[in-house]
Ligand binder design. Structure first.
Ligand code: SF4
Length: 336
């Protein structure tokens, strides 16, 4: 057990957690919505501190981060737990573990230094906090992240964005990049299918860019739920309003977890989403989960293909100091 960050006493032995947008009021011996933070004796503790259940070396493209050190590796780590409960979750076995196993918290403790050593030894310039929701294992991210920075290793969140401004401000010294899921542009979607709400996610995306993080956004397009032209247009307009250089990954849904009565997303729908994104001015829209299509980076000025990808593999990167070799245009991203 490890004392949590960002909480305060709330009277009568209760505590208020300020890490994510639920802002849970937790009674003595109770846990927050995420199931991994517990009030013991009027102090909030993280039950997952250092207890990694996944550690893997992934291409950074798999996060997906396409404009952040392309072709490099990310040591990817996770504990169990999530502050949302999306019925289409692709990692539910670990994200929903405590809920589905009577509060059980698996994972052998590992010291932050050991995680950093693992990244260094593997030649990974980034540690990615991913697979489940890094917000709910924030203390681990922070202790690893600070040490990683000292060793010249960067840190990236793959997150649902359902976090508070306080949490992001806390991370400003060590967090470098994020891929944020923007699952829909309707509060009803977030409430019905995820157990959350929309506005905190929008706020987090804005705040991350204000803090100078490199941000990319992913939308899993689910037939009949968030695939209307109108809704895709709202998402695209919101992102373009932040920056036309913000990459948007529109990703293909395949049936998973509790959702098996919805067919996989037609590729035509994703192509339409890409058109909608381009029409509102987004310069980089990628297709996800569609092997062989929509994964290359083109210069937004002359259209030349500057990075070619096959799956999660970069097969050619022609950028020189972040510039297009054809016309010299600066392509937005973190390239070295
Ligand atoms: S991280 Fe979120 S869900 Fe978990 S206890 Fe804190 S406010 Fe509640």
């Amino acid at each position: 057990m490890h004392e949590a960050v960002l909480w305060e006493p709330a009277g009568e032995g209760r505590v208020r957690c300020a890490l994510c947008a639920h802002r849970c009021l937790i009674a003595p011996d109770g846990r927050g919505v995420c199931g991994v933070r517990e009030n013991r004796g009027g102090t909030l503790y993280s039950l997952v501190y250092g207890r990694l259940v996944s550690q893997a070396l992934d291409p950074i493209e798999k996060k997906p981060l396409f404009h952040f050190l392309p072709g490099s590796l990310a040591l990817s780590v996770a504990t169990v737990g999530c502050n949302l409960r999306c019925d289409f979750c692709q990692n539910h076995a670990i994200s929903q573990y405590p809920r589905e196993h009577r509060g059980g918290i698996p994972g052998e403790p590992i010291a932050p230094e050991e995680v950093v050593r693992g990244a260094k030894g593997a030649g990974a310039p980034t540690i990615a906090y991913t697979y489940t929701e890094p917000t709910v294992f924030f203390e681990t991210c922070r202790d690893v992240g600070v040490r990683a920075r000292e060793q010249g290793i960067r840190n990236a969140f793959v997150t649902n964005g359902y976090m508070t401004g306080e949490a992001l401000d806390d991370a400003r010294g060590w967090l470098d990049a994020a891929n944020v899921d923007l699952k829909a542009f309707s509060d009803d979607f977030y409430r019905r299918y995820c157990g959350g709400s929309l506005q905190p996610v929008l706020d987090a995306i804005k705040r991350m860019t204000e803090l100078g993080l490199w941000v990319e956004v992913t939308t899993l397009v689910i037939p009949g739920r968030n695939d209307s032209d109108e809704e895709l247009g709202w998402i695209a307009q919101f992102l373009a309003g932040i920056s036309p250089d913000l990459p948007w990954h529109v990703s293909r849904f395949v049936p998973s977890y509790l959702v098996h009565d919805v067919p996989p997303t037609p590729v035509a729908t994703l192509r339409r989403a890409r058109e909608i994104g381009r029409e509102v001015g987004l310069r980089f829209v990628y297709l996800g989960n569609v092997p062989g299509e929509g994964e290359d980076t083109a210069c937004p000025s002359c259209g030349k293909t500057v990075i070619r990808r096959e799956g999660f593999r970069v097969v050619e990167n022609q950028l020189a100091d972040g510039r297009c070799p054809g016309c010299g245009e600066v392509v937005a991203g973190v390239w070295s």
